[in-house]
Design a protein around this ligand. Sequence first.
Ligand code: NAD
Length: 360
Amino acid sequence: MELNIVCIPGDGIGPEIVAEAKKVLNKVADKYGHEIKFKDILMGGASIDVHGVPLTDEAIADAKAADAVLMGSIGGDTNTSPWYRLSPDKRPEAGLLKIRKALNLFANLRPAYLYEELAAACPLKEEISRAGFDMLIMRELTGGLYFGERKTTTENGVRRAVDTLTYDENEIRRIAIKGFEIARKRRHKVTSVDKANVLDSSRLWRAVVNEVAKDYPDVTVEHMLVDNCAMQLVKDPAQFDVILTENMFGDILSDEASMVTGSIGMLSSASLNDTKFGLYEPSHGSAPDIAGQDIANPIATVLSAAMMLRYSFDLDQEADAVENAVRQVLKDGYRTGDIMSEGCVKVGCKQMGDLLAQRI
Ligand code: NAD
């Protein structure tokens, strides 16, 4: 298979971690007989330095022409970098918002998985973490409260602010379909999270999810109120497979789910549109404090590349090979500084990439 991948190395540790993900992908291509064509584009501070803007139209055109985009991370030290003296629409993060919009990425996926070897970093009680967990939060990314009409007024000297939470059935249906499709690649369970006891938008959400569920009789669906879900994530995270939810609930729950894994350098993510196209990136930022020192953990980016193989290319066997390589490297006792524990061997970013590639 031919894989056309656009890479956005970005800023800070971005170029270092993307280089290691490419190394692992090249090994996958060698082993399984694929041809990968990489093309790098600039975004964020790297693009500001060269073009004066965080993302050019040419870079967007390159991304659109690819099968998938693999990104490192963008942005610098927000206190000291000159990029943050620019107006908000010229700063590094504006590039990210622009590319998400241009590519119509409405579904955000964030897996939260507890590796046995890293269980000590999990902040949950041992009796809970012992069961392990392997869930994926699917968050609607382009609708709801963050995109509804908003205004602040003053009436009779009293200030009033209004935000609007709207969803139409088509927006709900397309993300629900993604959620059920992805559950089919996992353990066939969807937990749809809403606040249907209070909100009309949630009642519509629940009704549409039930309609979509009829087309997926092999997937179990359950509905959970968001307040209960926030509790269940720390009480019994093993119960979850795919958590399907709207924009703001997903924003909060996905951060909670990542926290319970305890290791930011391990968390991948994907943003998808209604084709197979996706943008894949680690959940962490550009870590300017450790950039250029060959000490960043490349695993979140490597796992994002595995998600790309699975969701954009349907190469499940190859994605399994990458995820197994990560498990094996941890079993063999190799750690980057951020996940280091006693008795393990500390390695840098490049060496971690080599060790992962060797295990494909
Ligand atoms: P951050 O995630 O970059 O760093 C937080 C802490 O975690 C730092 O101590 C860092 O050294 C460490 N860390 C992060 N990733 C690591 C890795 N792979 N290996 C080892 N340690 C790692 O968050 P921040 O410091 O708040 O943000 C830094 C910059 O990143 C800012 O400009 C921010 O806007 C940007 N950012 C970008 C994205 C994105 O591109 N999607 C996401 C979040 C933050």
